[in-house]
Design a protein around this ligand. Sequence first.
Ligand code: 3H9
Length: 693
Amino acid sequence: MAQQEPVTSTVEDGVAVIRIANPPVNALSAAVRGGLLRAAQAAGADPAVRAVVVAAEGRTFIAGADISELGKPPVPPSLPEAIAALESLLKPVVAAINGAALGGGLEVALGCHARVAAPAAKLGLPEVKLGILPGAGGTQRLPRLIGAVPALKLMVAGDPVGATEAKSLRIVDEVADDVLSAAKALALRLADKGRPTPTSARQDTGERDAFEAAAAAMLKKGADNPSIAACVDAVRATFDKPFDEGMSVERAHFLRLRDDPRSKALRHVFFAERAAARIPGLPKGTRPRPVAKAAVIGGGTMGGGIAMSFANAGIPVTLIETSEENLQRGLERVAGNYATSVKRGSLTEEARDKRMGLIEGKVGLEAAAGADVVVEAVFEEMGLKKEIFGKLQEIAKPGAVLATNTSYLDVDEIAASTARPGDVLGMHFFSPANVMKLLEVVRGKETSPDALATAVELGRKLAKVPVVSGVCYGFIGNRMLARRTAQAERLLIEGAMPEEVDAALNAFGFRMGPFAMSDLAGLDIGWRIRQATGKKAPVADALVEAGRLGQKTKRGYYDYSGDGRTGTPDPEVRAVIERVSAEQGVTRRAIPQDEILERLLFPMINEGARILEEGIAARAGDIDTVWLNGYGWPAGTGGPMFHADSIGLPRIVARLRDFAAASGDESLQPAALLVRLAEEGGSFAALDEKAAA
Ligand code: 3H9
């Protein structure tokens, strides 16, 4: 079958309608850019054409440049050229924005002489999220259309606005249900009146002082983000320079940022997140089960947060507790969280009432009977979980997905306590569950394909980033975290102080180091796990025994006696650490920051390689997605496995061997997969590409 042209043009009542059809999201591939340019030229030359409309097929208008092309040699025509061809037409050109107009998609619309948007359309310049800046005139045309300050705000935030807001910002001229008809009508009216002045020919972009003040605030807040500085510089050019010179400023920044490793990493993050939602090995035709109603067992912090996630997505949910008293406490916590959002202004009272209205509290497991998905979120105790799943087998309706929110326990053992193990899987949310994006979906050996597909699709509906993990202790994220935690403790014993270890990770881009994190979560959590597994961490254990549980006791690895949240180094902690070093016969030494960083990150990468070779994760990109969305890994370095590729696998292998030799800890020996890839000159990215092919 011949492939359909991605850009077609028909003349309807004197209007040339240029239609873009490049599924799934009408990205501006070379074929689309070429098609747009030719269609613009043809419309200009055709005497039967009085006006032009740029429209698109499908649910989006245009989702921007084709992100996968950004790393490849450019193919002409460039997007700025295609847009210039539209804007320079002497006939009016109107964009009919039926759905998302993002990045280059909005830039195409800005090159048109007027814009009509559907009520559900979203318009934005998300380039900063990809480590670049708008590169097809967005930094020059948007300020000329709506003023420099609102334009800069939009491109620095990177979040889209809805059609109504776009209208009030004057980005769009009309909002209409039938965008195509409205755009055609507007185009003909403009043809009667005479074509409007192209945006690029306008010069007034607002008050310079107001712009400089807004820019200074944004630069301060985003000091570590080179895209923001580039946006400011390019928008500033709209005050000083004519359009063409401003375009050159924009282009120079765009090319520099596009070729920077940071943008490469952020583009990897974009595709890795989307690939993670594809489950390998599902039989063809597997369909997710419908989910109209949910139940959450356990009204603690985790259960309450999970119930909020359902309500936030518009799914009615029953929160189940063992007693009226516990239930009330759980519901009050949920209400309190919503109240905080209302107070902060991030949620309207109306939305809050609607969400609270979707959460029903009930005592007793029987209340799970009507749910299509049941999420158990009780204590991490195997016996208790098995008892609950045993009862759910009778109570839950046939076909309901039965999920456990366990962070560590064996999902197969839990599944074995029911006669319907095919319905059982893990849905591991991260705290606070209503906020954190990551959802590890744990696939048991008996989990049925459609139950798995249901959990992944549900995850996306809950606005989470789902990643499938096999069964192992700690799944993908916590299993790797355990390696870092062990090294952090060892570094203390060998000579570092908590603030030095945390500083190394902060400098790398983590907002919190392991010890600040531990103080926030509570040292008792790790201590309880060590008690259950018979493991020891002499420094952490000594701190817990001294009653230092973290922020909640105002003392942990740091002292919080000031405002309760800001930790300062504590001589008592130093004394404990030095005592443990002495007890272990370790001569303390100064450990450089780069060594601390390698000691923390390389064993995690090594564990990631083991997770891959065991098939616990399907792709290296899945591991990156876990760490980016659940553990605060800095996006600009792409995640642990992408970072490993950037460093070079031979170096990681060599350093792991050094660490193993120095410590005698054989678990630090490099994984077989890591060694093989290093020897072959391979990479985790190439491994993923091979798996996808
Ligand atoms: C830019 O425009 C630069 C210019 O300023 C300058 C140029 C000179 N390219 O997200 P979904 C794929 S930079 C390539 O699951 P949704 C995506 O990978 C660009 N592919 O759907 C997925 O593929 P698969 C600025 C893209 O409904 C499929 O489409 N624009 C692109 O949840 C469905 O995607 C952006 O940053 C793309 N631009 O959300 C917008 N976009 O099925 C990026 C999507 O094989 N896109 N794909 O996994 C989005 O934000 C969302 O995709 C959108 C739809 C909201 C449009």
